[in-house]
Write a protein that binds this ligand. Structure first.
Ligand SMILES: [Fe+2]
Length: 312
């Protein structure tokens, strides 16, 4: 069974909302190599594990549980990038108002008799406004729904580990491309964190394969590009977060029998399983969006909500 702490696994930096940035980030959530896939793949592999290879099952499951937090983090980031974007006046806004009129453009959707969601038709994915109330969707950046057929859980431990290594490497590659598409601080804070964590997970699966006799030597094909060229990623790597892995278990884990000692990339660094859970960051409630009828609480319904809150 699982328990939950109402915190984010990493803080999200504040910046202007930006529907284009929100949409490219959807690939990291619902794409073939996104967080929904890593979460489901590792959980299915661990739930379906046969035989007694406990340290390997614990390692796959520990990473899988972290991925639940990544889904939460990237979803929240997309929400923050979308929320309020119907009044978005930033550099990518396609507002109909020009010149002095743009400066006077109302800050609240619908204020002054304007069309409340008139920015939405210019968004890369109008479903962010029609299907969801300026919130994340379980789709990729092209709007394709997430698919369970992405999940690879063959039941063969070596094949599963090899595929997991490829999955993390491709995920990191795609996130580096997403990083290069936007300088929005909200997007970059989350993408930088996920790049560093994908790196840790690449090392975790490489280390597991090493324990099964793979001698990486100099031929480890991945990671073969250095994400420390991005300042936000470098900051996190200087803290060593790409070399650590918490096991996310309350009853102890055997992950540390695999994830410890020399890094499989043989660069002189050491990897480490951490007993301490990440500190986490507070989650703020999203505000109401009356123009989206979300959450749609009339004064009567609101009174009932308040009554529930008062209940002891
Ligand atoms: Fe992840």
């Amino acid at each position: 069974m699982f328990f939950h702490t109402q915190k984010l696994i990493n803080p999200i930096a504040a910046d202007e909302p930006d529907p284009a940035a929100a949409n490219i980030l959807q690939e990291g959530l619902g794409g073939q190599f996104g967080e929904m896939r890593t979460m489901m793949q590792y959980l299915f592999q661990s739930f379906n594990a046969r035989g007694d290879a406990k340290p390997f099952k614990d390692l796959i499951q520990g990473v899988g549980i972290e991925e639940i937090s990544h889904v939460e983090l990237i979803t929240t980031t997309i929400n923050l990038l979308l929320d309020g974007s119907s009044r978005y006046q930033g550099k990518n806004a396609k507002t109909k108002a020009k010149g002095a009129a743009a400066k006077k453009a109302p800050k609240e959707p619908g204020a002054g008799g304007t069309t409340p969601l008139d920015e939405a038709p210019f968004a890369p994915n109008t479903h962010h406004f029609i299907v969801a109330p300026q919130c994340a969707l379980p789709v990729d950046a092209a709007g394709n729904p997430w698919s369970g057929s992405y999940v690879y859980a063959s039941g063969n431990l070596v094949l599963d580990l090899m595929y997991n290594l490829m999955l993390e490497s491709t995920g990191r590659l795609q996130k580096c491309r997403i990083y290069e598409m936007s300088d929005n601080k909200t997007l970059r804070s989350t993408v930088a964190f996920l790049i560093a964590r994908d790196h840790a997970h690449e090392l975790a699966f490489a280390k597991a394969l090493e324990s099964l006799g793979v001698n990486w030597g100099k031929v480890l094909p991945i990671p073969n590009f250095d994400a420390s060229q991005y300042p936000e990623v470098k900051k996190l790597m200087d803290l060593g977060i790409h070399l650590k892995q918490h096991h996310f278990r309350l009853d102890g884990s055997e992950m540390g029998k695999i994830f410890q000692g020399n890094s499989p990339v043989n660069d002189g660094t050491e990897v480490e399983t951490e007993e301490e859970a990440p500190e986490g960051a507070p989650i703020e409630d999203l505000p109401e969006r009356p123009e989206e009828f979300a959450p749609g609480l009339t004064p009567e319904l609101l009174e009932m909500v308040e009554a529930v809150k008062r209940y002891k």
